[in-house]
Design a protein around this ligand. Structure first.
Ligand code: PEP
Ligand code: MG
Length: 583
């Protein structure tokens, strides 16, 4: 039966595919695709794990003493029966053979399928047997579990087309459905087969959503109970423009969305013609369109989109998911070097590490996080709390600056003392390199304006820094006291709130008055509905996901900043900026 689920639209476009549900088991399960030639290995692994559990249960049964409660023996019988159940084992094999899931993933998927059948049973006694099923599968998973693997692994090696048989499924598009995904998990999408994704939780500018947008695949977050309502293998349409997920669509709906999908592809194709067109407004203002990247290899997408540099390299992605083994100076240098060389002489703005809040270093540390992580030890606060770690990063960035134009950007500054400490550490890093005789280059120093306190102390910032970059994602979060990753308050996360607009406009104006460049690198910069307003405020530099660059350029080519200045003044004076902008 067709039904739809509403969430937040985070990454544009339409994806149509079969649902792949992950991480619904209570056990921490590895999910990855195997190569077709590994199918038998996985089935053997499964058989061994099952045999081990059977043996263990039989031994327990054997060891039961006469005093043991009789229910215990009966329970073990039920568990053994479940293990021998044909629908369990053939179902698990199905996921391995047809979907190329690893054995753990296959077991947890099948447990979910059968678990739902238990839920639907009339008889309360039978319904309760679901917990036995869970216990048995968890035992099997326990035996299967060797090392821990991350959520999504790379593309399986797809067999040549002629070998694919009807019903074989690697040619079926897959979309991922999860309760939640960390930003680090999302990064793995870059090599995955998924063409779209849905999560239950998350806000529009949560880092998971940001990474999704950078991958340019349709995504919906904050879809509440999607991972419970959607079943393994359901056909789904993900409408990333409207924030809607359609489950089990009828043929008419499928045809309609298939058409929309093709229209979207054509539109993108058409836009690529603007790649080399300079971003100049009708009245002759040259606008700088920069790219936000997460990994050095994203430089390719930035170049392809015609960006004239990187305005924000979120270096923290190099630090995540490493179980606390932070990258050393040489390793970091190597990554920054790749980004600088990838941009072929264009400038690269490397932001110092910004972990914390919804970007945990790794899940283990996340658990130990403080109650209010967004207000806690994140970004520059984290760096200043560990000067050795910070110095290591600064040295690596300075070394990369010897190879090309590099700007160094510092996140989340608010206090004069933080500015002074940061600048002193940059000097210290230069000294360290001098002593070692290692070459390094000059960097332009920039501060992110993403805390209202910073936006209200611009003179201090402009005195010490060469440029400013407005992080609207956090500026909105901290101005409005709205957790950007919390879908329950997403309706109050308002980029057009007059207070937010005032802070953004003042930062742009103050920077211009002092002859220093100001950029916006939050999601606002890539949101085409905001382009005209930002141009009217006098913004000359926008930094966004490569996937947005051409769309924003299209807006710029049609804009007249003289006229837009008047619009911006009206919007800034209005109590209803959204209404005015829409009219
Ligand atoms: C921002 O806050 O707007 C920003 C660009 O930084 P991040 O999204 O990584 O916090
Ligand atoms: Mg930020």
């Amino acid at each position: 039966m067709t039904f739809s689920i509403h969430g937040l639209a985070v990454a544009r476009g339409i994806a149509i595919g079969r649902a792949v549900l992950v991480a619904s088991s209570r056990v921490d399960v590895a999910h990855y695709f195997i190569q077709p030639e590994q199918v038998q290995v996985e089935i053997d692994r499964l058989r061994q794990a099952r045999d081990a559990v059977v043996e263990e249960l039989k031994r327990l049964q054997h060891e039961l003493t006469a005093e043991a409660p009789p229910e215990l023996g009966a329970l073990l019988d039920v568990h053994l029966m479940l293990l021998e159940d044909e629908s369990l084992s053939s179902g698990v094999k199905h996921w391995i053979e047809k979907r190329y899931y690893n054995a753990e993933w296959a077991v947890s998927s099948q447990m979910e399928v059968i678990g739902r059948q238990f839920d639907e049973m009339e008889d309360a006694y039978l319904r309760e047997r679901k917990s036995d099923l869970e216990q048995v599968t968890e035992r099997v998973l326990h035996f299967l579990k060797g090392g821990h693997s991350p959520v999504v692994r790379t593309k399986p090696h797809v067999r040549p087309q002629q070998e694919l048989q009807l019903g074989d499924t690697m040619d079926v598009p897959l979309v991922l459905v999860a309760h939640d995904l960390s930003p680090a998990d999302m990064l793995q999408f870059k090599q995955s087969v998924f063409t779209g994704f849905v999560t239950d939780v998350g806000g529009k500018t949560s880092h998971t959503a940001i990474v999704a947008r950078s991958l340019d695949i349709p995504a919906v977050v904050g879809a509440r109970s999607a991972s419970q309502l959607i079943r393994q293998d359901d056909w789904l349409i993900i409408d990333g423009d409207m924030g809607v997920v359609i489950v089990d669509p009828s043929p008419i709906i499928l045809a309609e969305y298939g058409f929309k999908q093709r229209q979207g592809d054509l539109e993108r194709e058409r836009l690529t013609r603007l790649r080399l067109t300079p971003a100049v407004t009708l009245d002759g203002q040259r606008i700088e369109l920069l790219a936000n990247i997460e990994m050095p290899e994203d430089a390719d997408a930035a170049m392809l989109a015609g960006a004239v540099g990187v305005g924000l390299f979120r270096s923290e992605f190099l630090f995540m998911g490493r179980q606390g083994n932070l990258p050393e100076e040489d390793e970091q240098f190597e990554q920054y070097r790749r980004a600088v060389e990838g941009m072929q002489g264009l400038p690269v703005t490397i932001r110092t590490v910004d972990v914390g809040a919804d970007k945990p270093l790794d899940e283990a540390r996340h658990d130990a996080a403080h109650l209010n992580p967004a207000l806690g030890l994140r970004a520059i606060r984290w760096s200043l709390a560990d000067p050795e770690m910070f110095l290591t990063q600064l040295r690596a960035i300075l070394r990369a600056a010897a190879l090309g134009k590099v700007n160094l950007l510092v996140p989340m500054l608010a206090h004069a003392s933080e500015i002074h400490q940061t600048l002193a550490l940059v000097k210290q890093a230069q000294l360290d390199l001098d002593v070692r005789g290692v070459p390094y280059g000059n960097v332009r120093l920039g501060a992110m304006i993403e805390i209202p306190a910073a936006a209200l102390s611009l003179k201090l910032f402009l005195k010490h820094f060469d440029f400013l970059s407005i992080g609207t994602n956090d500026l909105i979060q901290y101005t409005l006291a709205i957790d950007r990753a919390d879908e329950s308050v997403a309706h109050l996360y308002d980029p057009l709130h007059p207070a937010v607009l005032r802070l953004v406009a003042d930062t742009i104006a103050e920077g211009a008055a002092q002859g220093k460049s100001v950029s916006v690198c939050g999601e606002m910069a890539g949101d085409v509905s905001m382009t005209r307003l930002l141009l009217g405020m006098g913004l000359k530099s926008f930094s966004m996901h490569p996937s947005q660059v051409l769309l924003v350029k299209q807006q710029i080519l049609r804009a007249d900043t003289v006229k837009l200045k008047a619009l911006a003044q009206q919007v800034l004076a209005s109590e209803d900026p959204a209404g005015l902008l829409a009219s």
